[in-house]
Every structure is written in structure tokens, then in C-alpha cells.
Design a binder for this molecule. Structure first.
Ligand SMILES: [Zn+2]
Length: 52
């Protein structure tokens, strides 16, 4: 399973990247205590891709 954390500004970027890489639609949930994958801001979402 792949899990990424992103802030509100980068949610579109991570969705595009994951869809391109895994060719499936990620699951998005709120998650506010991690660091964004793309910048130093606190995350607003986690985005995950499950194997099954
Ligand atoms: Zn960010």
C-alpha cells in the first residue's frame, strides 16, 4: 500500500502523480498531523493506494 501526505495546495499534484504512476484512483482522507510531500506545510490530507 502507498500512503502520501499533502497540504491543501498540493492535493491536485499528488492525485495527478499517483494516477499517472499507478493508473488507479487514490483514496483521499483528512489527516492533519503529518508533513506535506511537496513542501514544509502541515498535511491536510492523506492519499492512499491499496493493492487489492
Ligand atoms: Zn504542500
Amino acid at each position: 500500500m502507498v500512503v502520501k501526505y499533502v497540504c491543501g495546495e498540493h492535493i491536485d499534484d499528488i492525485m495527478d502523480d499517483l494516477i499517472n504512476e499507478y493508473e488507479t484512483f487514490p483514496i483521499m482522507e483528512e489527516c492533519e498531523d503529518k508533513q506535506c510531500e511537496y513542501c514544509n506545510n502541515k498535511s491536510k490530507y492523506l492519499v492512499k493506494i491499496t493493492d487489492d
